[in-house]
Design a binder for this molecule. Structure first.
Ligand code: SF4
Length: 452
């Protein structure tokens, strides 16, 4: 990148991967905006494109390198000034990113999100940048942020890093040790978000149920939920719990606290004992089954999201059938299905009895088809039911919203015919009319209250 580039730039930031990476991108946008740069939507014609990458599994690495390669093509054709690779790809591969993607001007790990303005300044002066260190960064309520979600929704990262050591997972080596924020800082951030018009906050971390176990005096997600429930937020949603750490107190808080929606994301990964043991999940099938039914017993109208890995080394047809039977029982409403990915640097990649890829793919297809048929049956069963929906979009072709059991960009939406007086961010009563694949269809309920 030539020194000719002026100190204040037009910068496009593309973010990939999970909501935790999205929050890092929002922080980088906040810091660059504060530094006086102009934030633009497209890399075409920009002075600099920042690609905030993901690298936890091979397919994410492939997507990240493809997006960066696209930006490098723009640079080569003179339609973009420079390319900075940020996030988990440089955090995992460090300076090797320059060799993986010739033409990249700089790399900034998720360790150095807070130094993004300085990195851009250095690039602007023609220097090459490599900012990858031990991942210790953790934002707080004073960190500038430009939301990448619709104005009425926000992710709130309550902790970063992970002290669990699941055999297949690279995240602890990329994101570092668990580090939780103070309850007061999370509350202050939520208060600011409410003032900015946010109605739904999604609490995120690598393991939200480990929140506060690393700080003294020890905090807990139960304490945090009670504190946030005292604010005027409409919806609090908990994502990324861990089945081995999801206590009855947390379940009780979800059941009791008004603003905590009846929704829990509980990634079980599998249910066969020897698979869970080899994965290092710290729990077993009996515990998981008992936990799921306990959650259903204690929280009326609960919606459970989960994710599973098929094709993990040693997984037999019988193990898969046990998992399929659990899913088939309908105890989980929303399911993410992943094929095992042998990641260099993980214990699982070195395990014997690796499952052939085509077998893993077949099992994944089977579970996804099963989940879809269950979703359609659930949609039919909901017909006539009245639910409160948070409106996400109002367009000429119709309205889309979500009930409390649908997380944004994860669990589908409710499609609603256009109706006057309904706007993004409204809470309205909707009568479900039936399924549309993984989604629902509905209409504004007559005499429905519009909770502006
Ligand atoms: S809980 Fe396990 S799967 Fe999740 S980030 Fe931590 S090590 Fe990875």
């Amino acid at each position: 990148m030539t020194a000719a580039h002026r100190s204040r730039m037009k910068i496009a930031l593309i973010t990939l991967g999970c909501p935790k990476n999205l929050v890092d991108a929002e922080v980088m946008l906040g810091l660059l905006d504060e530094a006086g740069h102009t934030l633009v939507a497209s890399p075409e014609g920009a002075d600099l494109a920042i690609v905030n990458t993901c690298s936890f599994i091979a397919s994410a690495v492939a997507e990240s390198t493809e997006v960066v390669a696209g930006c490098l093509e723009l640079k080569r054709s003179g339609r973009l000034g420079g390319v900075l690779v940020a996030g988990c790809l440089p955090q995992r591969y460090g300076e090797d990113v320059f060799a993986m993607l010739p033409g990249v001007d700089g790399v900034v790990g998720c360790s150095d999100v807070a130094e993004i303005a300085e990195a851009v300044e250095a690039l602007g002066s023609g220097a090459s940048v490599t900012a990858v260190h031990e991942p210790l960064f953790l934002y707080d309520h004073t960190t500038p942020r430009v939301l990448g979600t619709p104005d009425h929704i926000a992710y709130v990262k309550i902790s970063e890093g992970c002290d669990n050591r699941c055999a297949y997972c690279m995240i602890p080596s990329i994101r570092g040790r668990l580090r939780s924020r103070e309850v007061a800082s999370v509350r202050a951030e939520v208060e600011d978000l409410i003032d900015a018009g946010v109605r739904e906050v999604n609490l995120i971390a690598q393991d939200t149920t480990a929140y506060g176990t690393d700080i003294a005096p020890q905090g807990s997600v139960v304490e945090l939920l009670a504190e946030l429930d005292r604010t005027d937020i409409d919806w609090i949603r908990i994502l990324y719990t861990h089945p081995a750490h999801l206590s009855d107190d947390v379940i009780g808080a979800v059941a009791a606290l008004d603003s905590v929606v009846p929704y829990l994301d509980i990634p079980i990964q599998h249910v066969a004992d020897h698979i869970l043991d080899t994965m290092g999940r710290g729990t077993d099938g009996a515990h998981i089954k008992a936990l799921l039914s306990r959650v259903r017993d204690r929280v009326p109208d609960i919606w459970i999201r989960s994710s599973v890995i098929v094709g993990f080394p040693g997984e037999t047809e019988e193990d898969f059938r046990e998992l399929r039977d659990l899913v088939g029982s309908g105890v989980i409403e929303h399911l993410g299905v992943f094929e095992f990915s042998p990641e260099d640097g993980t214990r699982a990649a070195l395990l014997p009895d690796q499952v052939p890829r085509e077998v893993a793919s077949e099992r994944a297809r089977d579970l996804i088809a099963l989940t879809e048929s269950l979703a359609k049956a659930r949609g039919k069963a909901l017909a006539g039911r009245r639910l409160t929906a948070l409106i996400d979009d109002v367009a000429p072709e119709g309205i889309t919203g979500r009930h409390a059991g649908q997380a944004w960009e994860l669990d589908g939406v409710i499609h609603i015919p256009l109706a006057s007086g309904v706007e993004r961010g409204d809470m309205v009563d909707v009568e479900v009319t039936g399924p549309r694949d993984f989604d629902l269809e509905g209409r504004i309920a007559l005499s429905g209250r519009n909770r502006l």
